[in-house]
Design a protein around this ligand. Structure first.
Ligand SMILES: Cc1cc2nc3c(=O)[nH]c(=O)nc-3n(C[C@H](O)[C@H](O)[C@H](O)COP(=O)(O)OP(=O)(O)OC[C@H]3O[C@@H](n4cnc5c(N)ncnc54)[C@H](O)[C@@H]3O)c2cc1C
Length: 423
């Protein structure tokens, strides 16, 4: 049975061939979609989440993320911080360096007005499992899946989705009607395409290799962002392992992926340097395409886009998921305001508040990560000179350093109410 009938105040109803009706339908049960769902629990709205994958499969991804202070605060606002905290790895320093240039910039928690941690590294499984558990316990949330949703129709009062089960054994409603549809369906977003929302962007000349290594020496809870001529290279601590996020031009990245383990580790050791000691590869290496994308608008009549459905960025600085979590929390706040004022949840004038709030904030991050990548991926000497002067300024001008740190930890700009309480 695909449609989970957990205890609900008012069960989803479908009479005859009439569609099932809810207040909000969320398409995509990834991390961003489920942050929206969990943020709406207290509102009492009837919410359905349609996800193409079974819950266990969606949670099993090997990915790990740099999880910002702002995202941690939003998880605290959702009441999930205590649940996930012990499984996250905190980092207390960030080292930023340009190839072998000796002027290393070291960020400390005090520069972000924090006592201890500057951020965390989180496994996808940890975050998604905690969110799924919360969704499964909430009486007003209904999980529909594994099933694929497409938008069938928009009326004045509702939007209607068609739902196709992805398991032949299973049954689920074939139509779902909602006042608002939230597209949290990832970078390829079928709902964004169906709504004809234009986007702009480009594929980078780089791909990204992700791998996990065990190092001879402990990582000391330091996150490294190293800018190499081929592209940014990040080392993130997670348990007794380190996660590598290594961007390089396509051909170089593909060649690295195809090296045998010993050759790959040799190449890696050259880039990491001696301070971590001997490295051992753990598990597979993965290759990801890298692109920048921003939608011209995040909303349409009865539709709101969140997370990768609305924007994608370069992995430098680990911003993509964190931006999506802030989108989700901002949308929840806008909807809570609408409920308090008795407004229609799907009306465009309301949704535009969310669009204005998040789209401009996300442009800043997209532009900043793009600038970082371009500045540091060249050996053209005037640019090298400018970036090294920039690093020197960052190191020596405390307000500049604090500004950059707050931008990357998500603490700059208007924080959604869910994330306003410091940890
Ligand atoms: C190499 C790499 C490293 C990264 N590192 C970081 C990092 O350190 N920190 C960070 O913040 N971000 C990072 N990111 C970005 C991050 O991975 C994404 O921004 C994030 O996963 C997007 O989450 P989402 O929930 O918006 O989309 P997704 O995770 O793509 O979820 C979309 C969900 O929608 C479902 N779906 C799609 N279509 C349908 C449909 N029609 N019907 C039903 N369900 C549907 C899918 O099955 C999926 O579960 C990285 C990205 C890459 C490539």
């Amino acid at each position: 049975m695909l449609l989970d009938h957990r205890p609900q105040p008012a069960p989803l109803t479908s009479e005859g061939t009439a569609p099932v009706t809810v207040d909000v339908a969320i398409v995509g049960g990834g991390i961003v979609g489920l942050v929206v769902a969990c943020g709406l629990i207290e509102t009492g709205l009837r919410v359905a989440i349609v996800e193409a994958l079974p819950q266990a499969t969606a949670a099993k991804q090997a990915q790990a993320y740099a999880f910002s202070l702002a995202s941690a605060q939003i998880f605290q606002g959702l009441g999930l911080w205590e649940r996930v905290r012990s499984e996250l790895e905190p980092f207390q320093k960030i080292h930023l360096s340009d190839c072998d240039w000796p002027d290393v910039v070291e960020f400390q928690p005090q520069e972000a007005d924090r006592a201890t941690d500057l951020g965390y590294v989180a496994a996808h499984t940890t975050l998604l499992t905690a969110l799924q558990e919360r969704v499964n316990q909430a009486p007003n949330l209904t999980w529909i899946g594994p099933a694929t949703a497409t938008v069938l129709d928009y009326g004045n009062e509702w939007a209607e989705l068609t739902i196709a089960p992805n398991d032949p054994e299973a049954s689920c409603p074939d139509r779902l009607r909602a006042k608002l549809v939230v597209a949290a369906d990832g970078a390829r977003s079928p709902l964004r395409e169906a709504a004809g929302i234009p986007s702009r962007g480009f594929a980078y000349w780089q791909s990204c290799i992700v791998a996990a290594v065990k190092a001879e020496h402990h990582h000391q809870n330091i996150a490294y962002e190293r800018f190499q001529t081929s592209g940014p290279f990040a080392i993130l601590p997670l348990g007794d392992l380190c996660r590598l996020v290594w961007t390089a031009p396509h051909a170089e990245a593909a060649a690295m992926l195809n090296l045998d383990d010993d050759r790959f580790l040799q190449e890696l050791s050259q880039r990491v340097g001696p301070q971590m000691g001997r490295l051992e590869l753990v598990g597979r290496r993965y290759l990801f395409p890298v692109r920048l994308m921003q939608c011209d608008r995040y909303t349409a009549h009865r539709l709101a886009l969140v997370g990768d459905a609305a924007h994608c960025c370069h992995p430098v600085g680990g911003q993509g998921l964190n931006m999506g979590i802030r989108d989700a929390a901002a949308l929840v706040e806008v909807l809570q305001g609408a409920i308090a004022r008795g407004e229609d949840l799907g009306q465009l004038s309301l949704l535009r508040r969310y669009d204005r709030w998040r789209r401009w904030g996300n442009w800043t991050i997209l532009a900043f990560t793009d600038l970082l990548d371009r500045l540091f991926s060249t050996q053209f000497w005037p640019v090298v000179w400018v970036r090294r002067a920039g690093l020197a300024a960052l190191k020596r001008i405390p307000p500049l350093k604090s500004f950059a740190l707050k931008l990357m930890t998500g603490l700059l700009g208007k924080m959604p109410a869910l994330g306003r309480m410091a940890l």
